[in-house]
Every structure is written in structure tokens, then in C-alpha cells.
Design a protein around this ligand. Structure first.
Ligand code: PDD
Length: 286
């Protein structure tokens, strides 16, 4: 089956879907994006991602291209046309195409693209059951990581560093040695005292929607929470380390820079939170 993409008002074959060479997303990374997980053909955490999208657009003064309801129709139609039952749907909105000039152009319509792809959930489950490897690198990003922009080069380099070492994710750390987040995930540990720790979202990190959903589940799971950053060293000595994102839900890391975490197997808290998150995300997906 051939894939279909939505580009500025029309659906076209994925292989032929194009934007203009002077699209500001292409030339300046002047755009934002969102990723929803698709479970049973429905979108998980729909409102959370939509709210963050509107916030990102507002922060960058990019015109909101459509109402959330209209955008929801396009996202679902793209999922439907690609026959995605389990997978992700990707939305990108840029400031639009205009003659190259750093300052904002006037009278330009934002560009909107949507793609959807299938993901083999069984593969993710198998990885979560075994646990994945992680590496660490300094965080070299800008000061507005709360905006979900397509300017992802530092994240690309971090992820590549992980891949080159056969690892799944790279945790980035600031000048104090405190972990900020993963290249495409938020980072968590269960510390030596058994407290669940994740960096507070007021810091220069992405306010993950999966992170927020999990914070709401934590109390019900009877886990003590401490929204406080942790160092790379603390992570290496933690009982558990895991990362969260729409694309990976809750993924345990069982080693960091080759150092074994705990007993080298996924821990019970990550496993419980993964299950609880998936149950809730499936139930509430729309
Ligand atoms: N990444 N931190 C970063 C830097 C991210 O890129 C992401 C998401 C997250 C987790 O956010 P959420 O729970 O809202 O997915 C944290 C997406 C999945 C991506 O870039 O593909």
C-alpha cells in the first residue's frame, strides 16, 4: 500500500509530497511540530499535543493555520488514508514560503504538512521487556527548548552518538552535570532512596505530554515523586532509569555509557508506569 501525505490543503502520494525550496522550515528551521501516537487508529493525548502546538506557534508568532477541530480532521484523515492502526502521526507547521530574509515575511500563509506511519508495537514491547542502552552527552541546545521547533540538529547529533554506540537514547546534561532530557524523550530515574525523579518542566526542556500524563498516574501507583533534576552520576547509580515520549511511551534504560543500571533489567516502576500509561492512553484516545 502506498503512503499518503497531507501538504497545504491536499493529499498526495508520500513519494511526491513536496514543499517550496524557500519554505522557512527548510531554510531557517522556522517551524514547529507535534507527534501523536496512534493506538487502535485513534490519537493518544490529543488535547495535550494540540495545546502545546498552539503554545509553540504563539511563542514564535506563527499564524495558527486551522482550528484544533479542523486540524484533528486532517490528522485523522491522514491516519485513515495510510491505514495506520498503531503508529504515529506527525504534524509540521512552518511560517511559510517567502523570499529568504531572516526577519518575518508579511502576508505569508503557514505551511502545514502531515504524515502518518505504522509502528510495530510488538517490537517496542520486546525492547521494553529487555531494556535499552543509553549514552550521555553535553546538552548544546538553545535557551527555548520548551518550544517544539524543527530546529533539532543538536538532538540529531545526540541520537546519532547513541546509535553509533548501539544505544537507543542519549541523555543530555547541562554545565552542572544535571540531566536535561533525552534527544527525543524526557528522562526519569528511581533514585537510591526509591523516589521517582524527573527534571522540573520550568527548566529549559520540552514539557513532554507523555511526561505530564505519567505524572498524573504516579500518585495512583503509590510512587513517591520528587520533581528535581538528577546528575549523570545519580542516574548511573539509580535503581531505574527510563525515558518517555509519544513514540516510545515508557522505555527503560538498563545501561548508561556502558554502566549497568540496577541489576541490568528493567525495573518494576518503569514496567508499571508503562502499562498504566498505555491502558489510559488507549482508553482516552480520540
Ligand atoms: N519527541 N523531549 C524532546 C527533546 C522530544 O523531542 C520529545 C518528543 C520529548 C517527549 O515529548 P512527548 O511526550 O510530548 O512526546 C521530550 C518526539 C516524539 C519526536 O521528536 O519524534
Amino acid at each position: 500500500m502506498s503512503r499518503v501525505a497531507y501538504v497545504n490543503g491536499a493529499y498526495s502520494p508520500h513519494s511526491q509530497a513536496v514543499v517550496h525550496i524557500e519554505d522557512r522550515g527548510f531554510q531557517f528551521a522556522d517551524g514547529v511540530y507535534e507527534v501523536w501516537s496512534v493506538l487502535d487508529g485513534r490519537l493518544a493525548d490529543f488535547d495535550g499535543h494540540m495545546t502545546r502546538l498552539n503554545r509553540s506557534l504563539n511563542e514564535l508568532k506563527i499564524e495558527i493555520p486551522m482550528t484544533p477541530a479542523a486540524l484533528g480532521v486532517v490528522l485523522r484523515e491522514t491516519v485513515r488514508r495510510n491505514r495506520v492502526r498503531d503508529g504515529i502521526v506527525y504534524l509540521q507547521v512552518t511560517r511559510g514560503a517567502a523570499a529568504r530574509d531572516h526577519a518575518f515575511p508579511t502576508d505569508v500563509a503557514p505551511s502545514v504538512i502531515v504524515t502518518a506511519k505504522r509502528i510495530d508495537l510488538a517490537r517496542g514491547e520486546a525492547m521494553a521487556a529487555k531494556g535499552a542502552a543509553g549514552v550521555t552527552r553535553p546538552d548544546i541546545r538553545w535557551g527555548r527548548c520548551d518550544i517544539k521547533t524543527v530546529g533539532l540538529l543538536p538532538n540529531v547529533l545526540a541520537k546519532q552518538a547513541a546509535r553509533e554506540r548501539g544505544a537507543y537514547e542519549c541523555l543530555m546534561y547541562d554545565e552542572m552535570g544535571l540531566v536535561t532530557e533525552g534527544a527525543s524523550t524526557n528522562a526519569w530515574i528511581v533514585d537510591r532512596e526509591g523516589r521517582l525523579r524527573t527534571r522540573d518542566a520550568q527548566a529549559n526542556i520540552l514539557r513532554g505530554i507523555t511526561r505530564e500524563a505519567i505524572l498524573k498516574l504516579v500518585a495512583a501507583e503509590g510512587v513517591e515523586l520528587d520533581e528535581r533534576p538528577f546528575t549523570v552520576e545519580e542516574a548511573k547509580q539509580a535503581r531505574e532509569v527510563f525515558v518517555t515520549a509519544a513514540s516510545s511511551f515508557v522505555m527503560p534504560l538498563v545501561s548508561l555509557d556502558g554502566v549497568r543500571i540496577g541489576d541490568g533489567k528493567p525495573g518494576p516502576i518503569a514496567a508499571r508506569l508503562r502499562q498504566a500509561y498505555l491502558e489510559q492512553a488507549r482508553r482516552d484516545a480520540i
